[in-house]
Ligand binder design. Structure first.
Ligand code: AMP
Ligand code: MG
Length: 423
């Protein structure tokens, strides 16, 4: 019975889940597959960038000292002795009062120490020879990107645990990482329960709804960087559900179910955990939506029993599943990032449990302002679309008034090391 359930604070529930979760196995994978994975090694510069002095523009490489007398009235004329582009190396000696036409990214010829841009010279042709006239002094290192100017060999570039973004992919390629060490992706099965559920492609029928949770959760799993596995849906039948869940557990590292964890006549998950010999960590949390969220373990294997209500299911994932997955993947900021914000409307309803409200965030000056993002019901799905954050409303007899400063949890990929919720 629900009334027999011990109510956990959100922080207590998270602490219980996270108490013995550690980063998982690692594997070496091709760089081309690394986007969205988590680094299992520090990335240290194994060379200078640039590795050689490079021209920053299309222009002429020259010796800056040759231009020191150049003025509008009396330009300096240099002989152009060659022409080359990026990727080539100019081998000939460049002597005093000589220049070489050079393109962006090309290595500076040995004795040259400055670039004058194409636009800033007058090109001359005299007796089949090329010259340039320069009417101003060019400083040493002008338009030259010096060796090591961006990064010096040995610099720590990205710390282990970072999610591999497109920028990091570029960086890894720059430093010659054809393969990269990353956290192994846990395989997370998603199984929906409920005799009312239809497949997405089925037409609506009386009393039925489409199984939206499974697809939403798989997208959340994928966003975190783990591997989702669609395991279908179950009708509310104890024997069939027990068998299916037993089977599912052999296929995945972690199993998420939705629905069936409450006290309704057809909520069979509590009995299934019992039959499986699973250790139920908690089955009641002082939060709305999702107070019936249940987490159980068989050995090291987690069974997340999320509420069937879409918003509750979504929030249950972000609060309880996400930190487990991120930690297993090797990320050290697994929790939703917290911030202070100002509410732009009243939330006057008294609440005995902490409420989590889907909101839009607006930045004005140095402040964040939040307003609710549609229907605030645990069954709502539309309020999840475009929601930037969850407003955390601690229990209160009177609710909260517009203009109050309140804490929010950002629903972005950014995370923080410590859980916002305390015990
Ligand atoms: P339950 O937790 O099984 O009592 O379900 C709570 C509510 O969520 C009910 O109204 C269900 O119809 C709905 N629900 C359950 N599973 C899903 C699902 N997979 N997708 C969308 N809604 C669901
Ligand atoms: Mg149900």
């Amino acid at each position: 019975m629900l009334t027999d359930r011990k109510v956990f604070l959100i922080g207590e529930a998270i602490e219980k889940i996270m108490s013995d979760v550690q980063s998982g196995n690692v594997e070496r994978i091709p760089l081309i597959k690394a986007s969205g994975r988590y680094l299992a090694e520090d990335i240290v510069a194994n060379q200078d960038v640039p590795a050689f002095d490079r021209s920053l523009y299309d222009g002429y490489a020259l010796m800056a000292q040759d231009t020191r007398t150049a003025t509008k009235e009396s330009p300096v004329v240099l002989e152009v002795i060659g022409h080359f582009g990026a990727g080539a190396v100019f081998q000939d000696e460049v002597k005093k009062y000589q220049a070489v036409r050079i393109m962006t990214g090309a290595e500076m010829p040995k004795s040259c120490n400055a670039i004058v841009m194409l636009e800033h010279v007058t090109e001359l042709e005299i007796e089949d020879k090329h010259y340039i006239a320069i009417d101003k002094q060019i400083p040493v290192n002008e338009k030259v990107f010096k060796k090591g100017a961006e990064i010096i060999e040995g610099t720590l570039l990205v710390e282990k645990g970072a999610k591999i973004t497109p920028g990091i992919v570029g960086l890894l390629a720059t430093f010659g990482y054809n393969e990269v060490l990353v956290g192994v992706q846990p395989k997370v099965g998603v199984l929906a329960t409920g005799s009312e559920l239809l497949e997405v492609d089925e037409p609506l029928a009386p009393g039925k709804i489409r199984n939206s949770n499974s697809y939403m959760l798989m997208a959340q799993i994928e966003k975190v960087g783990a591997k989702p596995l669609y395991l279908g849906k179950l009708e509310d039948n104890l024997e069939k559900s027990y068998a299916a869940i037993q089977q599912a557990l052999t296929q995945v590292d972690i199993l998420i179910t939705t629905g069936g964890v409450s006290v309704g006549d057809f909520d069979y998950l509590p009995e299934i955990y019992n039959r499986l010999g699973a250790k139920v960590l908690f089955n009641k949390i002082a939060m709305r939506p999702g107070s019936v969220t249940t987490v159980a373990k068989i050995g090291e294997q987690f069974l997340f029993g999320l509420s069937g209500n879409p918003s509750a299911s979504y929030i249950g994932f972000e609060l309880f599943v996400r930190p487990v997955l991120k930690t297993l993947l090797g990320n050290e900021q697994p929790y939703l990032m917290s911030h202070q914000a100002i509410i732009t409307e009243d939330f006057r309803v008294p609440n005995a449990f902490t409420q989590l409200i889907r909101t839009k965030v607006k930045v004005e000056g140095t402040n964040l302002f939040v307003s609710s993002n549609g229907l605030n019901m645990s069954s709502s799905i539309t309020s999840l679309v475009g929601a930037d954050a969850l407003v955390v409303l601690p229990p209160s007899d009177s609710g909260y008034v517009e203009g109050s400063a309140i804490d929010i949890l950002l629903l972005s990929d950014e995370g923080q090391k410590n859980c916002y919720f305390t015990t």
